[in-house]
Design a protein around this ligand. Structure first.
Ligand code: 4GY
Length: 430
């Protein structure tokens, strides 16, 4: 594979690719790297590659003519794929790196100064890539990153020993931790740091399982965004707790909640709340939907409504949803029931439209909550408040709070049914 870098600073490119895996691959002729300098395509006495920006403003812009001539010379015939390195490009991913490695030749165009004339992009660039959301003083370091990452996928660049297969198996996960000798490393601040015992057990299956688990745990802890897209394999599902949605319960709390003045009240049951949240609960695969009210006649009413639909032959699909409905006199009772049902106490998560509620509980985004609790086998109990929201009396039970759902206006009074559905989608929606 051939890489041609278009740059006014070729001296930045060569030495960085002289050593290591890429340097050896170049010596072996598996990859080739060349540079083309736009300055060699200037026609004026000063060999200028930049000029002042039309419209004014600070700095200089790369002139189109020398750059276009350099790109044309670099791309040759048949024309190679031409990439511009810029923070305005598409984020470079390992998937794109792998695809680029299948091309016979790529041209990497490096800008300097404030940028390049836009018409160069229109006329002579096939793809714009960014290596991250920061601004370099030129595209050269980004081009080196692309060459290094792509070269590793070119056959013959990596030795037999380092396997790219292992990486595809763990695609989308962070790497597991690595250790080498010595077995015990001195820590001046405390006891020796030992290598995890499993790695010296000689049990290869157990080591593979441990490494996989470490990769999954690190991803959950450090990269909730990656974890949200992690698709467990059949083997992972056996080793990990059941899917979070299947051990998540929703509780619609009618007491203790507050009214508009902040006074603690008990709200009345609403028929729509029972129906619609039951249907949302089944849609997202929850384990149960609990109607919480201390008023016995209200619990009877909820059970009656659920049973009406469960018994109605015409409403077969609704029957499945309403079969999720349970009633309880308090949040404590729901917690006790879940502890009994799952053999573990639930993690209780409050939702609130007000930022100041439950100040002592840790605030979580939906992705953070999913990443944090997916590997913990405890059931999850999501509390939805009726009225003006959950009362402070629930503070001792609540260990996490989900941030309020924010719309785009200053008016924020979603129905509890809508808020619940939005929340379930943010937690579990695909
Ligand atoms: N980030 N990813 C990046 C960059 C420098 C002014 C245009 C990046 O890819 N390239 O920061 N490039 C700028 C400097 C001209 C390129």
């Amino acid at each position: 594979m051939k890489f041609t870098v278009v740059t006014i600073l070729p001296e930045l490119i060569e030495p960085a690719l002289a050593a290591g895996v890429v340097g050896r691959a170049r010596e072996a002729g598996v990859i080739a790297v060349a540079t083309v300098n736009p300055r060699d395509f200037t026609t004026d006495r000063h060999r200028s590659v930049d000029d002042t920006p039309y419209g004014g403003g600070p700095g200089m812009v790369m002139k189109p003519e020398p750059l276009l001539a350099a790109i044309a010379a670099a791309a040759g015939e048949p024309r190679a794929h031409r990439i511009l390195l810029t923070p305005a490009g598409a984020p470079l991913t390992q998937a794109r790196v792998r695809e680029l490695a299948a091309l016979p030749e790529v041209v990497l165009v490096c800008g300097r100064y404030e940028g390049i004339d836009e018409r160069v992009i229109e006329l002579a660039i096939d793809e714009q890539l960014s290596i991250g959301d920061y601004v370099l003083s030129g595209g050269e370091l980004a081009a080196l990153v692309v060459i290094d990452a792509v070269a590793r996928f070119v056959p013959g660049v990596l030795g037999e020993a380092s396997s790219l297969d292992d990486e595809s198996h763990s695609a989308g996960l962070l790497e597991y931790p690595q250790y080498t000798r010595p077995l015990r490393l001195a820590d001046p601040a405390g006891p020796d740091r030992a290598v995890p015992e499993i790695l010296t057990s000689g049990n290869h299956a157990a080591i593979a399982a441990w490494r996989r688990r470490q990769a999954i745990e690190r991803t959950a802890q450090r990269r909730p965004d990656l974890f949200a897209r992690f698709a467990p394999t059949a083997a992972d599902r056996k080793a990990l707790p059941p899917a979070l949605h299947a051990r998540t319960h929703l509780a619609l709390v009618h007491h203790p909640v507050v009214d508009r003045t902040g006074a603690v009240i008990t709200t009345a049951l609403t028929n729509f709340d029972i129906h619609d949240l039951a249907r949302s609960s089944l849609t997202y695969g929850l384990a149960g939907y609990h109607i919480v009210t201390p008023i016995a006649s209200q619990r009877d009413k909820a059970e009656h409504i659920a049973k009406l639909w469960i018994d109605d032959a015409q409403g077969e699909h609704r029957a499945r949803a309403l079969a999720l409905v349970r009633t309880a006199d308090s949040v404590d009772t729901v917690m006790a029931n879940l502890t009994e049902q799952h053999g573990l106490a639930p993690l209780v998560v409050a939702t609130s439209a007000r930022h100041e509620s439950f100040p002592a509980a840790a605030r979580r985004s939906p992705a953070e909550l999913v990443a944090e609790v997916s590997l913990n086998p405890a059931p999850l109990l999501l509390l939805l408040g009726t009225g003006w929201g959950l009362a402070d009396a629930l503070i001792p039970s609540v260990s996490r709070v989900l941030a309020p759902i924010e719309g785009t206006s200053d008016w924020n009074h979603l129905s509890v049914r809508s808020a619940g559905a939005i929340l379930l989608d943010r937690l579990f929606g695909r």
